[in-house]
Design a protein around this ligand. Sequence first.
Ligand code: ARG
Length: 294
Amino acid sequence: MGPESALEDAVGTVPRADRRAHPRTYLMCPPTYFDVVYTINDWMSPGDRVDRPRALSQWATLVDTYRALGHQVLVIDAVEGLPDMVFVTDSGVVVDGVALGARYRCVQRRAEAGYVLQWFRENGLLRPRSPRYVNEGEGDFLVVGDVILAGTGFRSDPRSHAEAAAHLGRPVVTLTLVNPHYYHLNTALGVLDDSTIAYLPAAFAPESRLVLRRMFPDAVIAEHSDTQWLGLNLVSDGLHVVLPAQATRLAGQLAARGYHPVPVDYSEYLKAGGGIKCSTMELRGFRRFSEMGS
Ligand code: ARG
């Protein structure tokens, strides 16, 4: 290693003091009926029964973690017969208070979208839209600053990307996923702040890798040893990064960049192919509670 790259390396690892946490509002759904009873992704095998008390306690810990960090957590009721509804993030995307609902590819999850859209209506979100094309909400749409990164390849229809751009008024960048293990964008890419992401290059088609490299030259590059625990299925407030406890290498990479990793054990949900971000929908621009000053 030459002196220059040694210097670059050292500079890259100096923790930045200017990172700031921004308070967020999250929508979550308790795992009351969480189970693995069908197979719609590579992670799921119905023989692998869920330990529900363990799932409940891991979910409650996640809620407590967000609240302890100063974030607002709102809760939508779980519905019997919808075992994946705990992954509520897949049911919509909210930007500036404007809500785009989901349309699920798999029939098993289709009814979830209607319950969440109804919640959007009842809770004052703007222009709640039932989409025309298949899109699995924040499973495939990730907001980075003013831009929305949008996944396709397994779940969301690429035509939903233009629909999202038109409804939400933000530019949308299409990214193609190629590894069935990373079937939603949020299993292969995590948003750290308004201009920084972490991702697993191998999960993307070559042209999408090029796009990511161009757009995010400073991205954190993740490895399989962390992504196999859904390490990239993380939730960041710009400073604190809530991520799976098992993603230890990634936690180290984040700490070296000045983020504060907040490890949470969420392993029971791996049985369904879901993780922390899948359970946490961000309501950007949600007004009701903040207007009341709480
Ligand atoms: N079993 C669910 C499915 O396959 C898990 C969804 C997890 N959500 C996510 N955004 N990765 O749809």
